[in-house]
Ligand binder design. Structure first.
Ligand code: ZN
Length: 241
């Protein structure tokens, strides 16, 4: 099976469409949460995903939009975007987000938004947090999102785990090692590269390919300005942070 691995679309339809156009054929989408929040097209993004064969877990912005997580923990811009999103979503899309599970297991992969230890809110920001998380899932591999930074952590039970920076367009053979894998963010990359980030998993060959694709950032920015979303959120898209 060929899976499209995506995370943190954050209502950025132009970025999501660019990823779908670039990905080629796939059997199913595995989405790691935060469909909404920050961007201008929450309904369109949820509906685009719902039209595809897919599975999806819940992210902190999805929960905050639903009122399942307190927006007081968000910075003021994220909170404003979240409250705006809540008003936009159709009843059917709210119901869809409401039903998303916190974690899923498919083949030898666990899927969560934040971390296997705390699926909704924990950020795996470094190797020591990653190492502590390896004992919180039973499959060989775990996909996470949430930090918006593409990275792979390799389990190393005797010391701090290894941090691997994935190379692009070069399928990585997943060997015997246990890995925590972050595909980066479709709609709001934060690693200094503004292009949409995603990955393709071939579960027969057991290979994972990281990809980046440019998208018309100015379209998303213009739509955000139209909706009066926070300027800081509009500007950051161009810089990938
Ligand atoms: Zn996010």
């Amino acid at each position: 099976m060929r899976y499209l691995i995506i995370s943190d679309i954050h209502s950025n339809l132009a970025a999501f469409e660019a990823v779908l156009a670039d990905a080629g054929s796939f059997d199913k989408v595995w989405c790691l949460g935060d469909m909404v929040g920050y961007g201008p097209d929450p309904n369109e993004c949820v509906e685009q995903l719902r039209d595809l064969p897919h599975i999806c877990v819940a992210g902190n912005h999805d929960w905050a939009t639903l009122g399942k997580l307190d927006t007081e923990d968000f910075n003021p811009n994220a909170k404003r975007a979240c409250l705006w999103t809540r008003k936009q979503l159709s009843p059917s899309n709210l119901e869809y987000l409401e039903a998303l599970p916190k974690s899923l297991i498919e083949e030898d992969f666990t899927l969560v938004h934040g971390s296997p230890r705390h699926p909704i809110w924990e950020y795996i920001l470094n190797s020591s947090i990653a190492q502590a998380n390896f004992e919180h899932f039973d499959t060989r591999f775990c996909f996470v999102g949430h930090t918006h930074v593409p990275v792979i952590y390799r389990d190393n039970p005797n010391q701090a785990c290894d941090t691997l920076t994935p190379s692009l367009n070069d399928p990585l053979v997943l060997g015997e090692d246990r890995l925590i894998i972050n595909p980066g963010s479709v709609g709001q990359p934060r690693d200094g590269d503004p292009r949409a980030s995603y990955a393709i998993l071939d579960s027969d060959e057991l290979t994972l390919e990281y990809r980046r694709i440019s998208y018309p950032i100015e379209i998303t920015q213009a739509r955000m300005a139209e909706k009066d979303l926070p300027v800081r959120l509009i500007i950051r898209l161009a810089y990938g942070w």
